[in-house]
Design a protein. Structure first.
Length: 240
């Protein structure tokens, strides 16, 4: 049976722990945010890391230097991602980072890219995005919202930037509205508005199980591979 180490044992770590037997995964150990000995890291086939932005890069670095594949779902540390990818290639290691591991969200990512390409030829439509999460979420906008915004920018030449704001009039800037409400698990909605109609795509998570299941799926897929990968690779969406 595959052995997974859990680095970070908050809500996501506990959700992964509870779901692991269903995926034929044994949880080898679970630990807090930092300071896991190399010997413990190496006792796992793959480490799943869900901690905090200030700890994530160090945790991923420790895994890669120990020669252990790592799946990271911590958001808010994108400035260090390029260093992590470079280290992974240098060490001939394996890693997946994703702003969201939910299978549904990653299908939503593919849909977002497809619609953005269609809208590149329709200047009468202008996009805006709304994301809703629980009041305990530390980052705003969410990592998932940033990924969606970057996809729109990559596939629509008329959108050159995004901004967290309420009153954007620049047609080349994507407005992103971040809401924090109660215990909301997560909703992301993109509206393409024209003077005569609106086209909307939306994903709403009902529980954290989708995120946990996706992380376990990614860990199983990553075992035995070398390189830097994404959930699009895991799900076979790279050619879509």
């Amino acid at each position: 049976m595959m052995r997974v180490g859990l680095l970070g044992y908050g809500k996501m770590g506990k959700a992964i722990d509870a779901l692991a037997p269903r995926y034929g995964v044994e949880i080898a150990w679970h630990a807090g945010r930092t300071g896991v000995p190399e010997s413990l890291l190496r006792s796992a086939d793959v480490v799943i890391e869900f901690t905090r932005p200030e700890a994530a890069w160090g945790n991923v670095q420790s895994c890669l230097e120990a020669g252990v594949p790592v799946v990271s779902g911590t958001t808010g540390w994108s400035a260090q991602l390029s260093e992590a990818y470079a280290l992974c290639r240098q060490r001939e290691g394996a890693m997946i980072w994703a702003s969201n591991f939910s299978v549904g969200v990653n299908l939503f990512f593919a849909l977002n890219q497809f619609l953005s390409r269609l809208m590149a030829d329709r200047p009468e439509y202008r996009p805006d995005m709304t994301e809703i999460h629980h009041i305990h979420k530390l980052d705003a906008p969410s990592g998932t919202a940033i990924t969606l915004a970057e996809q729109i920018m990559a596939h629509h030449p008329g959108i050159g930037s995004w901004r967290l704001a309420e009153d954007i009039t620049d047609a080349g800037t994507l407005p992103v509205y971040a809401r924090r409400e109660g215990e909301a698990t997560g909703t992301h909605r993109i509206d393409w508005r024209s003077p005569i109609d609106t086209i909307t795509i939306e994903h709403t998570a009902h529980t954290r199980e989708g995120f946990a299941a996706g992380a376990l799926l990614a860990a199983r897929w990553l075992r035995g591979r070398k390189g830097v990968f994404t959930m699009a690779d895991v799900l076979g969406l790279t050619n879509h």
